[in-house]
Design a binder for this molecule. Structure first.
Ligand SMILES: Nc1ncnc2c1ncn2[C@@H]1O[C@H](COP(=O)(O)OP(=O)(O)OP(=O)(O)O)[C@@H](O)[C@H]1O
Ligand SMILES: [Mg+2]
Length: 253
């Protein structure tokens, strides 16, 4: 077990490969607006996401969870600080580089599912593969495999409106897995679901981490779901308040 380093200003590209953390967030600050109206959403956030773990980002509404996930996912650029994914400094990528990173390395799951209503479940799962120009037949096959993985083998042809909320979120998880990402970023994936359904989605994410070795960073303020995480990072008013290494035991310990 290596000593815990709260900040990682010395992390280098080479040092991040293999067993190192997949995501390193180093002293990240971010604000919205300017002057007296400025909202300081993140006020110097540093933490790491370890490879192959389910990390929960906890904090009450407005604490900065979505802001942080958007920055880690390359959907927005921090005002200050550094974010690396597998050793790549996101600031070193241009718009096309970020687009490719989001398409090829990251899967996103949102609270509102974000499925396209006129497409079937299988077609929705196929979208990220389309962006990569995967041939139709291969897309179709893989979509079905992924839908089976999330327990929806018999629902491939149904449209989102013909599925329950929990089923829709399962489709979204299958879609997030489409391009075999290294990292799944999920923003309150259970926020629109009842407790029991929400729990089954978290258990699905848990199973994805175990079965596929994918790393997941999930924002939630549902205390009942936190216990399924390997690690918990807590945000309060734009700052991390979690004690470092002992926040949760490592998986399998
Ligand atoms: N586009 C924006 N413009 C202005 N302020 C914003 C914007 N996005 C977020 N904020 C502000 O930044 C702070 C952090 O918001 P954020 O959405 O990251 O919180 P959150 O932890 O995700 O909350 P929730 O649990 O409600 O989703 C809040 O004060 C919010 O009002
Ligand atoms: Mg949010």
């Amino acid at each position: 077990m290596t000593a815990h380093r709260p900040t990682t200003a010395t992390a280098t590209a080479a040092g991040q490969e293999g067993d190192g953390p997949i995501v390193v967030v180093d002293d990240v600050r971010h604000s919205f607006g300017s002057g007296a109206q400025a909202v300081h959403a993140l006020r110097g956030v540093s933490f790491e996401v370890r490879r192959g773990e389910l990390t929960a980002l906890r904090g009450r509404s407005g604490s900065g969870k979505t802001t942080l996930l958007n920055l880690v996912g390359g959907l927005d650029t921090p005002a200050a600080g550094r974010i690396t994914l597998d050793g790549t400094d996101l600031a070193s990528l241009d718009e096309a580089g970020l687009l490719a990173l989001r398409r090829d390395r990251i899967g996103f799951v949102f609270q509102s599912f974000g499925l396209i209503p006129v497409l079937s479940a299988a077609e929705n799962v196929g979208i990220p593969m389309r962006l990569r120009r995967v041939p139709a037949r291969e897309r179709e096959e893989r979509a079905r495999t992924l839908l089976a993985l999330v327990g929806l083998a018999d629902h491939a042809e149904q449209r989102p409106g013909e599925l329950s909320g929990g089923q829709q979120q399962r489709v979204a998880v299958a879609r997030a897995l489409a391009n075999d990402p290294d990292l799944i970023i999920a923003d309150e994936p259970t926020g629109q679901l009842d407790l029991e359904t929400g729990r089954s989605i978290m258990e699905l994410l848990r199973a994805v981490v175990r079965g596929k070795g994918v790393t997941i960073l999930v924002a939630t303020h549902d205390p009942n779901l936190i216990e399924l995480a390997d690690r918990v990072v807590e945000l309060r008013d734009g700052r991390i308040v979690t004690p470092g290494p002992d926040a949760a035991p490592p998986a399998g310990a």
